[in-house]
Design a protein. Structure first.
Length: 114
């Protein structure tokens, strides 16, 4: 192998390792229906921020641990919620916008909190 090929191969391997190690799910973050709900503590979908991590979801309806997860364009989650059992959740994030369907409720269109 020439030096150029070795350097290209090493660069490609390094880039692959960095991108997979730093990959974060698009839904991870703090989201709200209205900007003023980003940092408040309300009791409804429109007054409370949804906080999503790689392993949990917290919203007005409670805190849940992410169980099974299926990814297509959206992420489909079986959330294990305290006192409520399993709740199906759909998280469809695109940039700074996300549509969330929690349980059998109406879809909520959210924006990423700054």
């Amino acid at each position: 192998m020439t030096v150029t090929r070795v350097l290209l191969a090493a660069g490609a391997i390094g880039a692959a390792m960095v991108s997979s190690a730093s990959a974060v799910e698009a839904f991870v973050g703090r989201w709200a229906v209205k900007p003023e709900a980003c940092y408040g503590f309300g009791s409804t979908a429109t007054t409370t921020a949804l906080v999503a991590t790689e392993t949990s979801l917290s919203w007005f309806d409670g805190t849940c641990r992410i169980g099974k997860m299926y990814k297509a364009r959206a992420v489909y989650v079986q959330a294990h919620c305290s006192g409520k059992g399993d709740v199906p959740v759909t998280l469809d994030a695109a940039g700074d916008r996300m549509t969330v369907t929690w349980g059998r409720g109406k879809a909520a269109r959210m924006q990423r909190c700054k």
